[in-house]
Write a protein that binds this ligand. Structure first.
Ligand SMILES: C[S@@+](CC[C@H](N)C(=O)[O-])C[C@H]1O[C@@H](n2cnc3c(N)ncnc32)[C@H](O)[C@@H]1O
Length: 423
């Protein structure tokens, strides 16, 4: 696939992106990589002594090392030194002790994030480039290193403390319990909305998540040509709808979100897609999706990474409000992970029910680590919102209760798009 695009295959120390890294539709690549990642990890777990693998699961500091790199803009600094910068010089620039820094850079370079081009001299790689301040993925990295990590450390306590153990209230998620200790209360979105820099980075991180998940594939896989109006419910700054406006110029778009998100959205669109504003192809319209219904009678109501942010009760409120807005021709698209069971019999059932692809034996049927982001993100949703990624039966329970009928599942190899009509 790499060779087909431009005749080259990236190496571990490639210092620039490959054209395929920025492709809108990565479904074919993701299908191949899912098997590659799953098979490599399973082979290692099978053949390495279990103690060795167990310690690899927990002795993980990559996280904190990447945090340093991001906070100190190491990738940006190294952009000026394509042949590399000595760690002593780098240490001076970011004001840290050089011998400690060299150990952190060595660990990161062992992962392929930065390359040691000569002894203690480091340069950027294709992997470290995503940590650049202008790269949206960096904002998702930031969300994890600065917020999710606090909650991740408290999973055990959250499951055992009487106040939180059986609660699905968004205020009781591990991140907010950690924040409570600093006097911050409410749910993650309440907290995030009130802090300008956190909110701006959060909304940019959604553009990052779209890149990570290859979500823009929906623009080529789903037949938008057949539809003329699209409502991006909880659309943020337009991680989905801005590329939609560029690719499908005939579509009229409504972006619904909270006022603070829309303020940021307007300036992002004015910079990155002014033609859509000038041609009146996009409207920004305030909406609290628990209290109000979206603009009525549109062709498509698109909810990406929305339902996964909320426990069942809140998700049902959102979907019922969307249902109220639908006309007879309207469709709802829920774009989220559809979580797979690990058990082979269950996986076979899923395969027969919704055409989910099973990995070939002896691989785990769900592709194991090849799909790890789905399972990690499920735990992230618990940590940050007391919410979850859902299995197909869980989606069906919700959508049945909201009066929606599942028509089709578009499998984009990482997440899926569930297409509904009014029941
Ligand atoms: C995980 S982001 C997804 C953004 C966008 N759909 C995407 O895929 O990039 C969740 C979005 O829900 C919005 N949101 C949260 N609470 C909301 C509410 N009560 N009403 C409307 N939007 C809300 C947030 O502002 C945020 O933009």
């Amino acid at each position: 696939l790499y060779e087909q695009v431009d005749g080259t295959v990236p190496s571990i120390d490639s210092a620039e992106f490959h054209p395929l890294d920025e492709a809108l539709d990565q479904v074919e690549l993701k299908v191949a990589v899912r098997t590659l990642e799953g098979a490599c990890a399973q082979l290692c777990t099978t053949l390495a002594p279990p103690g060795h693998t167990a310690i690899n699961l927990v002795q993980v500091y990559d996280y904190s090392c990447v945090r340093l790199a991001v906070r100190e803009n190491i990738t940006n600094i190294l952009m000026d030194y394509p042949k590399g910068l000595h760690v002593n010089e780098l240490a001076k620039k970011i004001k840290v002790e050089p011998k400690k820094l060299s150990r952190i850079m060595r660990l990161l370079a062992t992962r392929g994030c930065y390359s040691e081009v000569a002894k203690d001299v480091y340069a950027n790689t294709r992997l470290s480039l995503v940590l650049h301040s202008e790269n949206p993925v960096r904002h998702m990295v930031n969300l994890h290193t600065e917020s999710a990590s606090k909650g991740g450390a408290l999973i055990y306590e959250n499951l055992k403390e009487p106040r939180t153990a059986y609660s699905y209230h968004p205020d009781h998620c591990p991140v907010m319990v950690a924040n409570n200790k600093e006097g911050i209360t409410g749910a993650f979105f309440d907290w995030m909305r009130q802090r300008d820099s956190t909110r701006e980075s959060y909304h940019r991180s959604m553009q990052g998540l779209s890149i990570i998940m290859g979500s823009s594939a929906v623009l080529t896989q789903f037949p938008f040509n057949n539809y003329s109006t699209v409502v991006d419910v909880g659309g943020g700054i337009g991680a989905f709808s801005l590329p939609l406006a560029k690719v499908h110029k005939h579509v009229k778009i409504t972006v619904h979100d909270l006022p603070e998100a829309l303020t940021q959205a307007r300036s992002v669109w004015a910079r990155d897609c002014p033609e859509a504003i000038q041609e009146h192809r996009v409207e920004f319209s305030e909406l609290d999706f628990f209290a109000q219904m979206p603009v009525a009678g549109q062709d498509i109501y698109y909810l990406r990474n929305i339902i996964h942010d909320w426990p069942d009760e809140e998700s049902l409120l959102i979907l019922r409000n969307v249902r109220k807005a639908m006309g007879p021709h309207s469709r709802v698209l829920i774009h989220d992970y559809v979580v797979r069971q690990v058990n082979r019999e269950q996986a076979a059932l899923e395969a027969s029910k919704f055409g989910a692809t099973m990995a070939p034996e002896p691989m785990l049927p769900n592709f194991g680590v090849g799909n790890i982001r789905m399972y990690q993100q499920d735990v992230t949703m618990f940590i940050m919102h007391n919410a979850k990624e859902r299995t197909l039966p869980e989606f069906l329970e919700l959508s049945d209760a909201a009066g929606l009928k599942l028509e089709k599942i578009w499998d984009l190899s990482e997440a899926c798009v569930l297409e509904y009509t009014a029941a």
